[in-house]
Design a protein around this ligand. Structure first.
Ligand SMILES: [Zn+2]
Length: 92
């Protein structure tokens, strides 16, 4: 008799329909959760990098080599990035 083995956990079923139902109820949801976890990981990595970039820009802003105008431009860029970051964190 032919057996239908689950490729995720190795459980054996008599009918393909039973296997399909098992995969759907047991493994599909887990897969979605996994994908979501990966997405969240990527997002927090990007947020960390953005915070790092803000730190770098703030360091540049107090540099004595910059003109007042350049400092103002840097300040504007900083504000924009910080607003974007705030918006991203709020929308979660
Ligand atoms: Zn299984």
């Amino acid at each position: 008799m032919k057996e239908y083995k689950c490729k995720y956990c190795g459980e054996v079923f008599e009918k393909p329909l039973l296997l399909a139902r098992h995969v759907r109820s047991t493994h599909k949801r887990a897969k979605t959760r996994e994908k979501k976890a990966v997405a969240i990981g990527k997002e927090s990595e990007q947020i960390n990098r953005t915070i790092e970039a803000i730190g770098i820009l703030k360091g540049l802003q107090v540099s004595p080599n910059l003109s007042a105008e350049e400092k103002k431009i840097l300040g504007d860029v900083l504000t924009r990035i910080e607003e974007l970051l705030t918006y991203t964190l709020k929308s979660k």
